[in-house]
Design a protein around this ligand. Structure first.
Ligand SMILES: Cc1cc2nc3c(=O)[nH]c(=O)nc-3n(C[C@H](O)[C@H](O)[C@H](O)COP(=O)(O)OP(=O)(O)OC[C@H]3O[C@@H](n4cnc5c(N)ncnc54)[C@H](O)[C@@H]3O)c2cc1C
Length: 386
């Protein structure tokens, strides 16, 4: 039986248009100054994030009952695109707090937990994170070894997480741990773990090739105790929660890629108009025009797929569409940064030119929150299941 077609409108609402303009102005005025210096110094943008918190940009998906902005996924994607077009590192800090920390707590947390942690996260007083990956469990999170054991009305966590965005700057982490080793993926549970808990240790920050002003480090847990109500949903629901979270959060990575792509195109256009070779601006050469046309074409396709997926974030196909958007947008943005740097010639290879930072920053978009290979597996699994 054919499914009803979702209705499509190509116009953003007035509120969405106003918000987009406001965030664009904020990003240009408050994030752009110092962005290259912060990148060079690997300096976390604490002040910028505090201001973003005050504007409600860190709790966009959180219900208004918990001081969130209560916005929809499309509006969230619009905001991420604007921030990523100026600083992809700030965008990932924003997206992690919003979508892999606040979102699962808002959806699966107990009422007392939500009252306790969401207002601080949504207002930007505290930053959040998500601990799924481990040294031996990346694309295969089911291989995780971190454990949580119940002790009276508390849970005790032991283990190690790798590559954790916002480690060292975040207060609340959604952490996945094995609670029943004999139950496979149904033996994994999700907890909120505060960074000030005894036994919670942040490792040395990774020296990354891109997103250098975002913080990424391992986390170590030694007999870390959390109260019983810090368990999300029920025992054994963790793997389902993690997958649902990623199904949603991939929209944010798709939007981040769209923002980087947009900026790479703008930079290519500006440079092509200015740079003269063979007596004319290089924009007059057809080879350069074709690169710009392809970048523009793929940008529109990536953006539309991201919006389409965001509009159906609660539908049956939500996971597949978010994977398709993340896969396409991240690969297209990588191609665009590669081509934009090519348009810049030797100058593009120099850190004085913004495209060099974009080229480094965009690389990870096909890796985190599931590699391109994993996205293809998710998409195929959806299509091939009986
Ligand atoms: C900057 C950064 C920030 C991150 N932030 C977080 C975070 O906040 N929280 C968190 O939990 N994690 C985070 N991660 C981890 C990230 O999600 C993982 O790096 C990612 O899931 C891939 O895992 P891996 O690096 O172990 O690669 P691996 O799983 O080892 O994969 C290596 C290669 O093998 C391929 N591969 C693996 N299995 C298969 C298969 N079955 N079929 C085909 N190909 C396969 C992969 O696609 C990849 O190309 C972050 C990573 C980075 C780089």
């Amino acid at each position: 039986m054919s499914q009803p077609s979702p209705s499509l409108s190509f116009n953003l609402s007035e509120d969405q248009q106003i918000l987009t303009q406001e965030i664009r102005r904020f990003a240009e005025e408050r994030i752009r100054p110092g962005v290259a210096e912060r990148d060079k110094a690997h300096a976390f943008p604490s002040e910028v994030l505090a201001e973003m918190g005050e504007l409600g940009l860190l709790g966009m998906l959180v219900d208004e009952d918990y001081d969130g902005a209560g916005m929809d996924s499309l509006t969230y994607c619009l905001a991420i695109e604007e921030v990523a077009a100026v600083c992809a590192a700030t965008a990932v800090t924003m997206s992690v707090t919003n979508s892999v920390c606040c979102w699962p707590i808002d959806r699966f947390g107990s009422e007392p937990l939500k009252r306790e942690v969401l207002p601080a996260l949504a207002s930007g007083q505290e930053i959040g994170g998500f601990g799924l990956t481990e040294p031996g469990a990346g694309s295969d999170p089911g291989a995780m070894r971190t454990t949580a054991v119940q002790d009276g009305d508390q849970w005790v966590l032991n283990g190690e997480k790798a590559w954790i965005t916002n480690a060292g700057v975040g207060k609340y982490f959604v952490v996945l741990a094995v609670t029943d080793a004999s139950a496979g993926s149904k033996g994994i549970s999700a907890f909120v773990v505060p960074s000030d808990a005894e036994g919670f240790v942040v490792g040395t920050a990774e020296e990354k090739m891109g997103l250098r002003s975002s913080r990424t480090a391992p986390l170590y847990f030694t007999n870390v105790r959390v109260p019983g109500h810090y368990l999300l949903a029920e025992e054994g629901a963790g793997f389902r929660i993690a997958m649902a979270t990623l199904d949603h959060s991939r929209l944010g990575i798709a939007a981040q890629a769209v923002g980087i792509h947009r900026r790479a195109l703008e930079l290519a256009v500006d440079y092509a108009r200015e740079r003269q070779q063979f007596g004319v601006p290089i924009a007059k050469h057809q080879a350069i025009q074709f690169k710009i046309a392809t970048m523009a074409n793929e940008l529109e396709a990536a953006r539309l797929l991201t919006y389409y997926a965001a509009l159906q974030d609660d539908g049956k196909q939500a996971g597949r569409l978010a994977s398709q958007a993340k896969l396409y947008a991240s690969e297209a943005a990588n191609r665009a940064c590669w081509e934009s740097l090519q348009v810049h010639g030797g100058n593009g290879f120099c850190e004085d030119y913004e495209i060099a930072r974009l080229y480094r920053d965009v690389r990870v978009t096909t890796i985190y929150e599931g590699t391109s290979e994993m996205q293809r597996m998710v998409i195929a699994r959806h299509l091939l299941r009986g």
